[in-house]
Ligand binder design. Structure first.
Ligand code: URA
Length: 187
């Protein structure tokens, strides 16, 4: 099995779907290989594409605030997205792109083996927990078959971008984030 570093090098030169053609950088993900919490967003946006780092735009700044609210820093966790290259104009990921890209996500999870997989938004949730509705299950821990275990712990949350212009959603996010701290204490 590749190391995380080797895997990320492969992602940087990936041509498995056409998205690499318009992208400036691939965004494999960043954080600790020993992370207990593994965050999965949707896809890199403009700033992520420019820098090659996940969640460095406005949604990322709010993610940092939420992490700090439960005493965590980015270097304590691992952050990535379902797609590793930016879709043009931030359009939604296509099923063919998700199919081409998610083997990388699976490999990242096999290397890191986190306690909690936090699914940010419906695309991340749809891949691991198909059939659920984010408005019904956000902030509610779910146990389902994982890549290496029969009962992996998942926590679906709204995508942080949903809170950017909505103060009520910010409150919901901050409340849901407390669940991460509770789950880490329990296990
Ligand atoms: N939104 C995502 O889902 N991922 C990023 O890396 C940035 C914004």
């Amino acid at each position: 099995m590749d190391s995380l570093h080797q895997l990320h090098e492969r992602i940087r030169t990936c041509t498995a779907c056409p998205l690499y053609k318009d992208a400036k950088h691939a965004v494999p993900g960043s954080g600790s290989v020993k992370a207990e919490v593994f965050f999965i967003g949707e896809a890199p946006g403009r700033f992520e594409d420019l820098q090659g780092e996940p969640f460095v735009g406005a949604a990322g700044k709010f993610l940092n605030v939420m992490l700090a609210s439960i005493g965590l820093e980015r270097s304590d966790v691992f952050i990535t997205s379902v797609l590793k290259h930016r879709p043009p104009k931030n359009r939604e990921p296509k099923p063919s792109e998700i199919k081409a890209c998610t083997p990388y996500l699976t490999e990242q999870l096999k290397i890191i083996k986190p306690k909690v997989i936090v699914l940010l938004g419906r695309h991340a949730m749809g891949f691991f927990l198909p059939g659920l509705t984010i408005s019904q299950v956000h902030g509610k821990p779910q146990y389902a078959k994982g890549i290496w275990s029969k009962d992996q712990l998942y926590l679906p949350l709204y995508h942080p971008a949903a809170a950017l212009y909505n103060p009520n959603m910010k409150k919901v996010h901050l409340e849901d984030f407390k669940k991460i701290a509770e789950l880490l204490k329990k296990k």
